[in-house]
Design a protein around this ligand. Sequence first.
Ligand SMILES: [Zn+2]
Ligand SMILES: [Zn+2]
Length: 242
Amino acid sequence: MHLRGDLHTHTTWSDGGASMAEMTAVAQALGHDYLAVTDHSPRLKVARGLSRERLLAQWEEIDELQEQRDIRILKGIEVDILSDGALDQGPDMLARLDVVVASVHSRLDDDEATMTRRMVAAVSNPHTTVLGHCTGRKRRSDGTWRSESRFDADLVFTACEMFGVAIEINSRPDRADPRLELLELANDIGCLFAISTDAHAPDQLGHLPLGAARAEEAGIHPDRIITTWPVDELLRHANRHR
Ligand SMILES: [Zn+2]
Ligand SMILES: [Zn+2]
């Protein structure tokens, strides 16, 4: 399958290890049509989440950098799904972004009903484009895996399908989120998907084929993967409810 870009990446604006200039140069060299810069939202203080003011400043840098790049730089955010399912940035700011990846980073051990309510609220938000690393599974440095969050996958994925929110296939080897059975369930429900790297460094931008392999393993048709779509079609889709 031909993946045209990446919808989930971090820079030194939050907890990434490389500047936007470096990340976009590498993405351009990889042949991407676009790269979405999706740094963290304010509540994630450990990752230097961007306040409203810093997000506005980042947009200025994107506009300047865009003049020097052939690759399309998309203004994005990885916005925290808060404990009540609200998103951690003002709706006026979210409305001005090209893409919004909504992810859970706090209270990963909420009970099933609470986590389901949070996730359904987040994917029914008109600004949400992608549900990021939905189970929160992560491989620790000792090789063991942090357990997955518990939620009613049928309900959450049905909401994703209803509201047109793509489920992220996170390509990072230490996430590989969600696992195969959940991808197959989401595929049966008729969901859209986004294959992204969640790169925090330039070399991690090369991880997309790992996500693509998992999509193929789950039998997902490329047309259902929004990162195979032309960028204008992708942006029209992101704006469908705004
Ligand atoms: Zn995340
Ligand atoms: Zn991320």
